[in-house]
Design a protein around this ligand. Structure first.
Ligand code: NIG
Ligand code: FE
Length: 383
């Protein structure tokens, strides 16, 4: 197998414990993996060279929370929010109706289009949830389509209770026949634990049934107000509690003493004029933080991890380096992956080359398309 030396790197982020970031660096890609990294001057002789001419190179972004299987958009709802309306979970049902009416091909094309958008912005791993079907047939098909594009698929039959359905009967469906149909296509089970969606008991039932079917749990928690979501997530050993907008000290303690990652989704607060979560408070308490887009047509219609990094720095009180860590290694922790989110030896060669001399530019130059090239498994993606 040919080895390729990526060299001339102005700043390389590896997340190695001793040298997380180095200048004048290089690394070697062989068989889709990183096999060496270090000072450019010490680089081994290999068959091919790719000189990036002083650019910064970072691990590809790991977007640990998206809802890409959907049809339609909700621009009118966004406009109403910007004019003072609050975000309401009920808006989800608008997308459910459009998604049910769409063909498989249209849904697949939508996933493809949004993933291409993400790739252009440096994302190399994306989790994708169902949750806009809410029938056995529509949830199964959402996951079947998502599975064509990622291994990180999440069963979110428990997104909201569909209109005209009894809540207890719906939980029985989600934990019974719908789970049976969806589990073969999913790695994760998720629930929207919030007032207006599912309460703590229903969330526990959904997560426990998912675990029994071989899925690993994650939770939408504490987005719209204080509530039990984070506690339930920690109690069941969820990989992540995502949103974490409203946290009590007890919630922060529970996260700090569990293996549950706090997934922060600042696109949501941006798109709903809600207060931003305080990442500094979480980091100071020892909580692992991931940044993700939550890309969906309702609460956060951005596919851009650089945008989330900029918000993370400006609004969540992260340093640029912490924000980059959360968008790469933090996302990997949220998905319990050790092969992505870093560029140490053995990592999958998933990386982004920036039109910038350092990764700090991602937040320093918000809104500027700084990703020159995205590479997955050593293969550059088409622009
Ligand atoms: O993560 N909070 C619940 N689900 C999505 C929103 C979905 C929607 O509004 O369509 C979220 O924000
Ligand atoms: Fe979400």
């Amino acid at each position: 197998m040919t080895a390729r030396l990526v060299t001339g790197i102005g700043e390389l982020t590896t997340w190695d414990a001793e040298r997380p970031v180095l200048t004048d660096a290089a690394f070697v890609v062989e068989d889709g993996r990183v096999t060496w990294w270090g000072a450019a001057a010490d680089a081994p002789a290999v068959d091919e060279r790719d000189d990036v001419d002083g650019a910064a190179v970072i691990p590809g972004f790991v977007d640990s929370h998206t809802h890409l299987v959907f049809a339609g958009d909700r621009a009118a709802e966004f406009e109403a929010r910007m004019a003072g309306e609050p975000y309401r979970a009920g808006g989800i049902r608008t997308t459910v109706a459009a998604t049910r009416a769409a063909s498989d091909d249209d849904l697949d094309a939508g996933v493809r289009r949004h993933l291409a958008e993400m790739h252009r912005q440096g994302t190399t791993t994306a989790e994708i949830k169902s949750g806009y079907g809410l029938t056995v047939r529509d949830e199964e098909r959402a996951l079947r389509i998502a599975r064509r594009h990622t291994d990180e698929t999440t069963y979110l039959g428990a997104h909201v209770v569909p209109s005209g359905t009894d809540a207890a009967a719906y939980v029985d469906l989600v934990t019974g026949p719908m789970l049976d149909a969806c589990a073969p296509h999913a790695r994760w089970v998720d629930v929207f634990c919030e007032e207006g969606a599912f309460d703590a008991d229903a969330a526990r039932a959904v997560l426990r049934a998912g675990i029994a079917a071989g899925l690993a749990p994650r939770v939408h928690a504490n987005q719209l107000g204080h509530g039990p979501g984070v506690q339930v997530a920690c109690e069941v050993g969820a990989a992540s509690a995502d949103h974490c907008t409203y946290l009590t000290d007890a919630d922060v303690d529970a996260l700090a003493s569990s293996g549950t990652v706090a997934g922060l989704l600042p696109g949501v607060e941006f798109s709903s004029r809600a207060p931003y979560p305080d990442a500094r408070r979480l980091l100071d308490a020892g909580v692992t933080v991931a940044l993700a887009t939550d890309c969906n047509p309702g609460s956060s219609y951005t596919s851009s991890m650089p945008f989330c990094i900029a918000l993370g720095v400006r609004e969540l009180r992260l340093t640029p380096r912490e924000a980059l860590w959360s968008a790469t290694a933090g996302g990997a922790a949220s998905l319990r992956r050790d092969d992505v989110g870093h560029l140490r030896v053995g990592a999958r060669a998933d990386y982004a080359v920036l039109d910038a001399p350092s990764a700090a530019h991602l937040a320093y130059r918000p809104g500027v398309p700084l990703v020159r090239q995205t590479v997955v498994g050593g293969v550059p993606l088409p622009r």
